[in-house]
Design a protein around this ligand. Structure first.
Ligand code: LRH
Ligand code: MN
Length: 418
């Protein structure tokens, strides 16, 4: 199917690729970097998401962790760019670990960061997280949350994961509800207990968020607070930037540059948003911001001699209310690859020279020359050389994959997650 699809599109692709690649100096280096760049797919975003106002299921959703791995395997077969799955506990507790590892390996996938969940009360849970988890005024609640995170690490160790993402919904909804200083201190001590349980070769990502589900303060509310925790915890603790977790008009590319400069940037949850934590398709609202973020990433990683593909955590964190979840994820991966390719085209020497001469207009010309270059054929060529589809969504639709999934799984299957 892939070969038939690619052969039918090859002539048009070659024309576009020959045109765009003609102007590119380090072409093979860029294509290799694009082929190596893998983005982890969230296990909680393979079904239809919803809001408090409603959820409209699309059918054929994965009803088990096995089916979730199959769906990520399908994405990876189509774009050879989704080579990892990020699990959320307890939404995805692997019953038969060996079978799960074998299935995952069959699709050429690995397990990226494990995600803990102390933002929901599980059936039969002794203590409620209504007023927080690691920040909670009661030691027993904090201990319960610490134990849960240790459980998540254990699950990750047997699966071969090498990192834990801690996102805390902890905070307050009203002035006076919380003593910020004590909440910070309790959270730090609890994170330190979790940090102590990390194997030597693991990382802990501290994910910050400006608001929701608390609407007055969040106890890990912005990049500064996340950096504070990560610095106080130790070298295995790093910050995690979820693009949707900022206040309106925040300059995320500057935050990324500074965290990278400090050697404390751990990774990303890619998505897009216009208002709040909308978890929309990557690059669907503000693709220029995504390009500017990758421009800072390439510049900052090269300045530190970092390996683009492996030295940071590249993950999607999105929710699909109106699109087919798999098409939405294919579009998100494509948008990330396009932004990365454009950033690799920036003439860094010329930009630095313009900056050193305060030639602001020229600096913008150099930056937008790269942003306004249509790099889709470079990204497609990287897929072709990796044995994937030139046009993944086209092939997904041509092969009526969703219809097949509905026939196999039915209309009503619901995937665990948000
Ligand atoms: C919180 C968040 C976090 C996940 C959750 C599914 O908004 O971004 O990363 O645990 O979404
Ligand atoms: Mn996130």
């Amino acid at each position: 199917m892939l070969d038939e699809h690619n052969n039918s599109l090859l002539a048009a692709h070659k024309r576009a690729f020959d045109y765009t690649s003609a102007g590119v100096d380090n072409l093979n280096d860029i294509l290799q970097k694009l082929m190596d760049f893998q983005i982890a797919i969230p296990s909680w975003a393979l079904g239809t998401g919803g809001t408090r106002f409603g959820r409209f299921s699309g059918g054929g959703e994965p009803g088990s962790i096995e089916e979730k791995i199959e769906d990520v395997g399908l994405l990876h077969t189509l774009n050879k760019s989704s080579g990892a799955i990020s699990l959320h506990i307890p939404w995805d507790i692997p019953e038969n670990v060996q079978a799960i590892k074998t299935l995952t390996a069959q699709y050429g996938l690995r397990f990226d960061a494990m995600n803990s969940n102390t933002f929901q009360d599980q059936p039969g849970q002794q203590h409620s997280y209504k007023f927080g988890s690691l920040q909670h005024v009661e030691k027993a609640v904090r201990q319960q949350a610490i134990d849960h995170n240790k459980e998540v690490i254990k699950h990750g160790i047997v699966l071969g994961s090498k990192s834990l993402t801690v996102w805390l919904s902890d905070g307050s909804c009203f002035p006076g509800q919380l003593n910020f200083r004590k909440a910070f201190q309790r959270t730090l001590e609890a994170l330190a207990a979790i940090y102590a349980a990390l194997p030597d070769d693991w990382k802990m990502f501290v994910e910050y968020k400006a608001f929701e589900p608390n609407f007055y303060s969040m106890t890990v509310g912005d990049w500064g607070q996340s950096l504070l925790y990560a610095n106080k915890l130790g070298p295995k603790a790093l910050t995690l930037v979820d693009l949707g977790h900022h206040l309106p008009n925040a300059n995320i590319e500057q935050i990324v540059a500074l965290l990278l400069g400090e050697g404390k940037l751990g990774g990303f949850h890619f998505n897009d948003s216009k208002y709040g934590d909308d978890d929309l398709t990557v690059g669907s609202i503000n693709p220029y911001q995504l390009f500017l973020i990758f421009n800072e990433l390439v510049e900052g990683m090269d300045a530190r001699g970092m390996d683009h593909a492996n030295d940071l955590g590249w993950m999607i964190d999105a929710s699909h209310n109106v699109k087919d979840p798999l098409e939405d994820l294919l579009q998100s991966v494509e948008a990330i690859k396009i932004a990365y390719a454009q950033a690799l085209l920036v003439d860094k020497k010329a930009l630095t020279a313009a900056q050193d001469r305060n030639d602001t207009a020229l600096a913008q010309e150099i930056l937008q020359q790269a942003y306004r270059t249509d790099v889709r054929s470079l990204v497609a060529e990287a897929r072709l050389r990796a044995g994937a589809a030139l046009q993944p969504i086209q092939l997904f639709r041509q092969q009526k994959v969703r219809q097949h999934l509905i026939k196999e799984r039915g209309e009503k299957t619901v995937a665990t997650g948000l």
